[in-house]
Design a protein around this ligand. Structure first.
Ligand SMILES: Cc1cc2nc3c(=O)[nH]c(=O)nc-3n(C[C@H](O)[C@H](O)[C@H](O)COP(=O)(O)OP(=O)(O)OC[C@H]3O[C@@H](n4cnc5c(N)ncnc54)[C@H](O)[C@@H]3O)c2cc1C
Ligand SMILES: NC(=O)c1ccc[n+]([C@@H]2O[C@H](COP(=O)([O-])OP(=O)(O)OC[C@H]3O[C@@H](n4cnc5c(N)ncnc54)[C@H](OP(=O)(O)O)[C@@H]3O)[C@@H](O)[C@H]2O)c1
Length: 514
């Protein structure tokens, strides 16, 4: 970086904005923190009664099922700015993560910015089109206020994506007791005890639900794209089946052929009927097929966006900024995020700096210091769509940052570098932010090294992740220790160093009392 660039960067005019943040999950909490640090005035609206989002004790979205253990270790989930409390094991339960998010909000002054029980119902451009009118309901009353900018962080694991399965109509018609539910409604494997269940989808929900059902259900079939041909475990009642597997009226699964066998009657087969997959007829189906985006407070036509009923959101620059209305931002849109809190910190840091540089319009300084122009944002969007084959292939890959030749780590690095190019990191921990607090990791010159350590631990955990539906989750018994200053880490595969989880402590106390 030349001296001239540095001088331009540090002397740039900064703007303070009134910003509404929608959502008090980790995305919203992190966003409010970085807005405040950059000198903006943030108001966080949370429909529920506390911070934490899906990890709150009493969440507005109860997608996190009973007994769920995180599938990422704490050293990957945590912000580099705030450790989990000593003694917390690497893989934790819902309440421990909820407590951490609340502690983060307290530690970084977000609690004072929040309104709880406030459900945002509409976000519309103001009459002069220089800001946003936000309406919300609280205690039955509707209120409204105008803001310069809005950041949406309302999460996206609430509205199920429900694809139709080959043969599902015949299968449902074959027996009135058959049913299809989405993982969003899954809570307790005992509800499926003794039944033969087809789980559709092979990412986190599919993998975990299939494992929990194994040994509880009478049979578990797992249908997913990584499977090439149907295969059953030699000692367990679990069968892996590929895409194209069809449900038939007799309850059996069939792969290939015309799918009409199995008591279908009416339709005469045009080619030899497919052989049924070994195993009993399917009684229940669980769709672990993911979610759609939903922003009920935004009118697609009025704001020039497309997202309703979709697994993507357009047009967003860097998955964050509305291309032509960059005072409307989103944090947390990407999918398969390897380390949600640090990831949201990179997004929020970028968003806060973008607004502080006059991005989003109305800066009035005319200094031309904005971090992006509309033309650049539109070009980025076009290139991204082309890279993932948006028009011709899989539009849902738009927000998988690893699709189209990228990676989530590359994405985070790109955001950090963009902010640092506009505003070089302070040379020392000098409390150089508007809130006077200590320098955050994202602001430090060594932030990329920090990210490398997180990536290395994540990659170790990835190597241990179950590959087949009958593999257990031994990876969750690993304990990670990290020396952030040196960038070194170690893993204890036996879990011997792991602190006891609350449930284990309770069980031990019970046994001791007997
Ligand atoms: C089953 C499941 C398991 C997961 N496991 C892990 C894991 O092990 N580790 C991990 O790191 N991540 C995990 N995740 C990812 C998880 O979603 C993220 O960790 C993180 O919680 C996402 O935060 P968020 O703020 O984007 O969304 P959320 O946590 O969903 O928070 C959104 C918030 O917005 C509020 N809100 C919504 N609409 C409005 C409105 N109109 N007005 C006001 N407030 C509103 C909601 O009440 C909610 O509090 C899991 C997700 C799921 C679904
Ligand atoms: N802590 C935990 O243990 C835990 C447990 C559950 C969930 N989670 C988290 O929750 C979030 C959501 O995970 P998720 O697994 O519910 O959703 P997801 O990541 O969106 O995965 C859904 C899967 O279903 C597949 N799918 C969609 N339609 C299909 C069809 N018609 N036939 C076959 N497969 C189909 C998708 O395939 P494509 O890839 O081809 O689209 C995708 O692989 C993630 O952040 C995840 O990490 C965590």
């Amino acid at each position: 970086m030349t001296l001239q660039t540095i001088l331009t960067a540090v002397t740039a005019v900064r703007v303070s904005r009134r910003v509404a943040v929608i959502g008090g999950g980790s995305g919203g909490v992190v966003t409010a923190r970085f807005l405040k640090r950059a000198g903006h005035s943030a108001t966080l609206f949370e429909a529920g009664s506390a911070f934490g989002g899906v990890w709150a004790d009493d969440p507005t979205n109860d997608v996190v099922y009973q007994g769920l253990q995180t599938n990422l270790p704490t050293v990957v989930m945590q912000s580099p700015d705030l450790d989990f409390e000593p003694g917390v094991p690497s893989y934790i339960d819902k309440r421990a993560l909820g407590r951490y998010i609340t502690r983060y909000a307290d530690e970084f002054g977000v609690a004072q910015l929040a309104q709880f029980g406030a459900t945002v119902t509409s976000v519309t451009p103001t009459a002069d089109d220089r800001g946003w009118e936000v309406k919300w309901t609280c205690d039955g009353a509707t209120q409204s206020a105008n803001f310069d900018a809005v950041v949406v962080a309302n999460g996206h694991y609430d509205k199920p994506f429900v694809p139709s399965l080959p043969g599902e109509g015949e299968w449902l018609a074959g027996d009135a007791s058959r049913s299809i539910v989405h993982s969003r409604r899954f809570d307790d494997p005992a509800e499926f005890a003794g039944q033969s269940v087809l789980v559709v989808g092979g990412r986190s929900s599919g993998v975990d639900i299939a494992r929990m059902l194994n040994g509880v259900a009478s049979w578990v079939y797992v249908l997913e794209k990584k499977c090439e041909a149907a295969v059953t475990h030699e000692n367990q009642a679990v069968t892996h089946v590929p895409l194209g597997t069809r449900l038939c009226a007799d309850g059996r699964l069939r792969v290939g052929g015309d799918g009409n066998s199995g008591g279908g009657g009416a339709g005469a087969a045009k080619e030899p009927p497919a052989e049924p997959v070994p195993g009993p007829p399917v009684q229940r189906v669980i769709l672990a097929t993911g979610f759609e985006y939903s922003f009920p407070f935004l009118d697609e036509a009025a704001v020039g966006m497309v997202f309703k009923g979709k697994r993507y959101v357009t047009p967003l620059y860097q998955h964050m900024l509305h291309v032509s209305r960059p005072s409307l931002g989103f944090v947390g849109v990407p999918l398969a995020v390897p380390c949600p809190i640090p990831y949201f910190e990179c997004q929020a840091y970028f968003m806060a700096e973008h607004l502080a540089r006059g991005g989003g319009g109305g800066s009035g300084d005319g200094s031309g210091d904005e971090m992006t122009t509309e033309e650049e944002r539109a070009r980025w969007m076009e290139q991204r769509m082309e890279a993932v084959g948006f028009e011709t292939g899989r539009p849902m890959d738009l927000h998988f940052t690893s699709a189209g030749g990228g990676s989530p780590w590359g994405y985070m690095r790109e955001l950090l570098r963009a902010v640092h190019a506009a505003r070089p990191p302070p040379v020392a921990d000098d409390g150089a932010s508007a809130d006077g607090a200590a320098t955050s990791w994202v602001e430090r010159a060594d932030c990329l090294a920090r990210l490398e350590t997180v990536e290395a631990v994540y990659s170790d955990r990835g190597g241990r992740y179950p590959k087949l539906p009958w593999h257990d989750d031994a990876y969750r018994r690993c304990e990670y220790t990290v020396d952030w200053a040196r960038g070194t880490w170690s893993v204890d595969e036996t879990g011997a160093t792991r602190a006891k989880r609350p449930r284990e402590q309770e069980q031990e106390a019970c046994e001791a009392a007997q």
